[in-house]
Design a protein around this ligand. Structure first.
Ligand SMILES: Cc1cc2nc3c(=O)[nH]c(=O)nc-3n(C[C@H](O)[C@H](O)[C@H](O)COP(=O)(O)OP(=O)(O)OC[C@H]3O[C@@H](n4cnc5c(N)ncnc54)[C@H](O)[C@@H]3O)c2cc1C
Length: 446
């Protein structure tokens, strides 16, 4: 079932969720309320409490989560708020939100069509819509809509098929003729002698952007308020075992015992799994992002080029945020190469001619964990006590709330929820792949 309303969301949550959510809400409101805003404004904003504690590790936890990105923090939050498991630590080798959560281009959408992905990403988009209220923290969800440009007759067919499948699943989708695209984005190059003339677009109106740092901070604050220990500068270097079962982790701050351990480390998934003796069907590649100097508001949607890999939106600070292909070779380095810079910026210029007059302010790289079918893994591992949330490729930011929600369910109940039942490790052995792009086992093509 794809949850269509807040009531549906509640139905698929654990029955205890309503009461815990109510008490969470009351607790959160007492911290960020109109009264707190007013009284702090009148007293020079010196009295805000820390958003989360600087916790030190205890000897033992029920659950240890490795990685304080959005996924690890969301999992910890839903473990406490949905399942009442609060003896939880999130261990982070650097600083909270410093991985891909703080490095992505902030796009959220649910325009998926393969069974397994469709319901999961729609669930995530529904959670985004309500997240600021649920966390009492403004994550700045901006449903500005996304244009997926269409450049050929074959792409019209593919867009129509995708849109129809989305609509049959209750997800908003609209095919826009060229005249409508021109109204929404008048600054694109519509000349018919360009290499890939624009013919129209597939539009999802509820797609948009979310402020990535705020997502990490909001989940961290909410998890901390439920008693979760978030421990930064604490690198996991190995696993403890007891009769073959994972019983904790070795860290740079000493051993920590745990009933269950979950790996949520994005580009480092294969490294961590390797420490536990597992070889994952994942390659790590760098993906870069680019921000221009700030402009007055000009691009008010998310735009994806259909004839190559390029996407663009405008941040609230005015910078044009752009991304493209990943670097072709495997790497764990969080910085990219110059050919991709050239590739992304020439595409920007071809599609939006005025960008030729802009300067790039910043660019950076993050390590993406590319699976062989482009879809994620949220599952128990073949070693007792070990769980994995990984293989998010280019697209795990939009999945953050649903991934955390499903991983928490899987850890708490030791079985997947309907929404993540297909995100197994075994599918790579038994052939039940979820190949959204139809690109086969070629990570660079996903
Ligand atoms: C440039 C770029 C653009 C992107 N754009 C989008 C987009 O527009 N939309 C979208 O949906 N997705 C996008 N993504 C993908 C998305 O950012 C990720 O899939 C998602 O943020 C992953 O979140 P996470 O919490 O799993 O990982 P992360 O945020 O990377 O968190 C993992 C954490 O684990 C920590 N860690 C690693 N090893 C250890 C260890 N041994 N011990 C302790 N801690 C450890 C890391 O320091 C890190 O903080 C993009 C990615 C990149 C790089």
């Amino acid at each position: 079932m794809i949850p269509a309303s807040k009531d549906d969301l509640r139905k698929i949550a654990a029955p205890a969720a309503a009461t815990t959510a109510a008490s969470t809400w009351a607790r959160q409101m007492s911290r960020y309320s109109a009264f707190a805003l007013l009284s702090n404004a009148l007293t020079g904003n010196h009295h805000w409490p820390r958003a989360w504690r600087d916790a030190q590790p205890k000897a033992q936890y029920d659950v240890v989560i490795v990685g304080a990105g959005g996924h690890g923090l969301a999992s910890a939050y839903y473990l406490t708020s949905e399942h009442g498991i609060s003896n939880v630590a999130v261990l982070e080798k650097g600083w909270l939100g410093g991985g891909n959560t703080g490095r992505n281009t902030t796009i959220v959408r649910s325009n998926y069509m393969i069974e397994g992905n469709t319901a999961f990403y729609e669930f995530s988009l529904k959670l985004w819509q309500d997240l600021s209220r649920a966390l009492n923290y403004n994550v700045m969800y901006s449903p500005r809509g996304q244009l997926n440009l269409v450049h050929s007759k074959a792409q019209w067919d593919a867009a129509a098929r995708r849109g129809n499948i989305m609509r049959l699943n209750g997800i908003d989708a609209e095919l826009l003729p060229l005249s409508e695209v021109q109204k929404k984005a008048p600054y694109l190059d519509y000349s018919q002698n360009m290499r890939f003339p624009i013919q129209g677009a597939l539009w999802q109106g509820r797609a948009g952007t979310v402020r990535h740092d705020a997502v990490a901070w909001g989940y961290a604050r909410a998890a901390d308020s439920h008693g979760v220990d978030i421990i930064q500068q604490c690198e996991v270097t190995g696993f403890l075992r007891d009769n073959g079962r994972i019983s904790g982790v070795e860290t740079s701050k000493g051993p920590i015992k745990a009933g269950k351990v979950a790996i949520c480390v994005a580009g480092n998934s294969s490294r961590l799994a390797n420490m536990a003796g597992l070889r994952l069907p994942i390659e790590s590649h760098v993906l870069q992002a680019f921000v221009s100097e700030p402009l007055k508001p000009v691009i008010d949607t998310v735009i994806s080029f259909g004839a190559g890999h390029f996407y663009i939106s405008q941040s609230d600070k005015g910078g044009l945020v752009m991304g493209g292909d990943l670097d072709g070779y495997n790497s764990y380095a969080q910085r990219g190469n110059l050919p991709i810079v050239e590739d992304v910026l020439t595409t920007a210029k071809a599609l939006i001619p005025f960008t030729s007059r802009l300067r790039i302010l910043r660019h950076w790289g993050g390590i993406t964990d590319m699976t062989m079918d482009g879809s994620p893994i949220i599952a128990r591992m073949p070693i007792d006590g070990l769980y994995l949330d990984g293989g998010w490729c280019y697209g795990g930011f939009k999945a953050t709330p649903a991934a955390g929600w499903c991983l928490a369910w899987t850890i708490a109940k030791d079985e997947p929820h309907e929404l993540n039942r297909k995100f197994t490790l075994e599918r790579f052995a038994d052939g039940t792949l979820i190949d959204e792009k139809g690109a086969g086992p070629i990570p660079a093509a996903h």
